[in-house]
Design a protein around this ligand. Sequence first.
Ligand code: PHE
Ligand code: ZN
Length: 881
Amino acid sequence: MRSETAPAIRLEDYKPPLYRIDKVALNVELTPNATRVTATLQVKRQPDTAAGASLVLDGDELSLAGIRLNGKTLDETAYTATAERLELLSPPAEPFELTLVTELDPDANTKLMGLYRSSGTYCTQCEAEGFRRITYFLDRPDILAVYTTRLEASKAECPVLLANGNLAEAGDIEGTDRHYAIWHDPHPKPAYLFALVAGDLAEVPDRFMTMSGKDVALNIYVEHGKEGLCDWAMDSLKRSMRWDEEVFGREYDLDVFNIVAVSDFNMGAMENKGLNIFNDKYVLADPETATDQDYANIEAVIAHEYFHNWTGNRITCRDWFQLCLKEGLTVFRDQEFSSDMRSRPAKRIADVRLLKSHQFPEDAGPLAHPVRPRTYHEINNFYTATVYEKGAEVVRMLQTLLGKQAFRKGLDLYFERHDGEATTIEAFLACFEEASSTDLEQFSLWYEQAGTPVVSVETEYDPDRKTFSVSLSQEIPPLAGQKSSKPAVIPLRFGLVGPNGEDMETGPVEGAKVNGDVLVLDKAHQDVVFQNVAAAPVLSLLRGFSAPVRLNQPLHSKDLLFLAAQDRDPFNRWQAVQTLAMQDLVRLAGLVREGADGVPSEDVIGVLASVLDETQLDEALRAQALTLPSEADIAQEIGKDVNPDAIHAAREILRRAVATRLGPSLLPFISGNSAGGSYSPDAQAAGKRALANRCLHYYAASGADDAADLVWSRFTSADNMTDRLAALTLLVHDHMPREDEALAAYRKRHTDSSLAMDKWFMTQAMAPGDQTLERVKALMSDPSYDAGNPNRVRSLLQSFATGNPTQFARADGAGFELVAESVLEIDKRNPQVASRLLTSFRSWRALDPQRSALAESALLRVSACENLSRDSRDIVDRTLQ
Ligand code: PHE
Ligand code: ZN
C-alpha cells in the first residue's frame, strides 16, 4: 500500500483545548536503550468543557508502561493507548493528577526528534511536535505549563545534567553509581520549548549583569577539547543580551542561560527556555577552521535564539499556523542586531541576496505558501524561507510604514499585553494599529497571500510643466491554488536622482501617500505626479529593498550606469550593478544556447571593473558588487526552458572578460588585503578578505601565467580558513593543475575537525564538470562520510542538489537520480533531512523539456515508494501537483 498523505490541518478548524495542563513534573531515568520517563501532569477541565469529556493526548512511537490517576493505577477499561494516542475515557470533572510512564530507546532514535543521543550525549528536540515522542501530552503550543524536571543518570557517563530553568537541587543516589539533578522553570511554556541534556561535556562559563543588576550565569557546553572554540559564541551572546536591552528594552529572566553544542542536529539551533541547543556549526569557531561567513552566522544564530526568549518564549504562538509570529519577528531582530554589529548596507545586501535566491523561487513554485499558511499536512515542512525571511520582511515593512518610533511603541505594547500568552498575528497587528492609530487590515494581506508581487513602473518627465509622472502597478502572478490576489500595501523607498547625482527636492506629490522618502503603493494601479521637478531625474526605487517584490522598471542602461555610479543609496547602487550584469548574462546565455559566440557588453565589463576603484565604498560592499548573480539567480530570471549549461558558460564568459580587463591591477588588492597582523573576525577585516578573495577569483580567470601559482601559494600560505577555503574552491572549481593535491593536503590538515571536513565535502560537491557526479558517489562511501549526520548529508548532497545547477540538472538525468535515491535512503532514517533535500526539485518545471521530464521521473520514483515518511510524502505530492 502506498503511504497515505496525512490529513490536512486547517487554521479555520482551530479550537481551544478542552483541558489545560498547568504543571508538569518529569522524572527521567536515563539509560541508552531503556530510558524511563514518569510524567506527572496537573490537568484541569476548561470551563466550557462538559464534565467527563474524554482527554486525548498526543503520542508518537510511544509505549505506555504505567498510568495512574490521582495516584491510583488505572483500570484498563478507563483508557485506550496506542503509539500515537492516549485517550482517558471519562476523566474527573475536578482538577486531577495524571501520571504516565513511558519507556524510550534514545540510541535507536535516528529521526533526531524527541530524546536522542548525539556522540553519546543525551539531548532533546521538541519543536514542533517532538515532546509527544517523550511522553503523551497535549502537544500544542497553546498549552502553557510550569515544568520541573528531575534527571537521573550514571555519574561517569553523564557528569552534566541540564534542563530548562534554574537548578533547584542535585546529589548522588546513594548506594549506586548514579546521580540526579532537579531543574525548575518558573515561566509557563509550551512543550516545544522543553529540553534536557545529559552527558560528559566541558563547561565554558561566563557571567552577564543585566540592566537591572541581575547577575546571570552563562555557560556553553561542548565536547571535551573544544572549549577553545567557544570564545566568539560567548562574546556574541553577551553582545546580544546587551543589545536587546538597549534597543528593545528586553531583559533576561532566569539565573542561568545555558547553550549546548551537539554535532547531530536537524536544524540550526533551538531556543528552549534557558537551555538553547545548537548545531555545533553555529557555536564552534577559530580562525583555523571557521570562515568569516561562519563567524557571521554564529553571531546571527546565537542572537536569534537568544532573542526568542521574548519573541517566541515569553510570548509564543497559539498554533503552528502562527509560526511567523515568532520566526519572522525574531529574524527581523537578529538582522537588526547584525546590522548594528557590522556594516548595515553590506548586511542588507546579503539578506536580500538570500531572500531572492531562496524565498523568491519558493514563492514562485509548487511549494509556495503564504507567510501564515492556512493549511498543512506536516508542520516540519513549514520552517521555510517564506515563514522566516519573508516573515522578517513583513515586519520590516511595518517599521518602514509606521516609522521607527511608532513601530517601537507597538512592539512595547505587544510585550506588555501578551507576555505569558500564546497568541496570533491578529493580536500582534492590533498592537501596532493601536499604538500608531493606523488601520492595518490591508497590510495584513502580506500574511495571507502567497507569491511575490511584481511592481511595474513607467516614468515621464515634462520639461514644460516641470512634472515627473510615475505610473505604478502591482500584480501577483497566478499561482496554483490561489484564486485571485488583492493589491498589497507596498512601501517604496525612493529618490529622484538629479543630474549631479544628488537627490532632488520636489514640490507637492499627487496620487499616492508619500512620507519622507517612502511612497505607499496600495492600489492595483496608481499614477503619481511630482511637481516642481527642476530637471529630468532618474527614479531610484525600492531603495534598501523596502518591500519583498520584483521590480519591473525598464531603465535604460545609461540610467542604470548612472545609478551604479551615483545613487546615494548603497543598496540601489549595488542593485544597479547587479541588474546590468544580469541583463547581460541572460543575453549571453541565450547566445550560448544558440551556439553563437557570446561577447559581453563593454559597459557591463566597465562598470564591474570600475568597482575596484570606488574607494569610498568599504571593501565588503565592493566585494559584493563584484560578485556576479549566481547561476540559480540567472535561471530564475530566465524563468522557463532553462538550460543550466548555457548559464554556467555565460557566467564564465563575463567573469573572464572582467578578469582580462582588470589583469594585474587585481594584484595589489589580493596581497594588500590579506597580509599582516593576527586574525580578527570583525566586519572590516572580513570585508578586506572578501575583496581579496574576490579579486583572486577574477585573477584566476585572467589568463595570467602566474595565476595558478598564485592560487596555490595562497592555499598553502593562508593562515586562516577564509583564505584557505577560497583558494581551495578556486583550485577545485576551476580544475586547476594541483586540485587533487590541494584536496589531499586539506584533508590531512583537517581530518580531526568535522566542521572543516564538511567544507571539504561541500567544495567537491559544488564543482562544475561531468566528473563531479562520480566523485559525489565515491564520497558517499568515504570513511569520513556519515549518512546519519545531518551536517554531513547537507554538505555533500544538499550542496550538490542546490549549489551545483549544471550537475544536479545534468542532461542525462543522473544528477536527479542520485538525489532521488539518496532521499529514499535517508528518509528511512531521518525524514526531516530527506524532505529538506527533496525540496531541491522545486523549480523543476522551469527547466528545458528534456531536463524537466527527467526530473519528473525522478520525483515519480520517490512518490512510488510505499512507505515514504509523512514529511517526504507531503513535499513530493506538492512538488508534482
Ligand atoms: N525554532 C528554531 C529557530 O528558528 C528552529 C527549529 C525548528 C529548530 C524546528 C529545530 C526544530 O531558531
Ligand atoms: Zn527561530
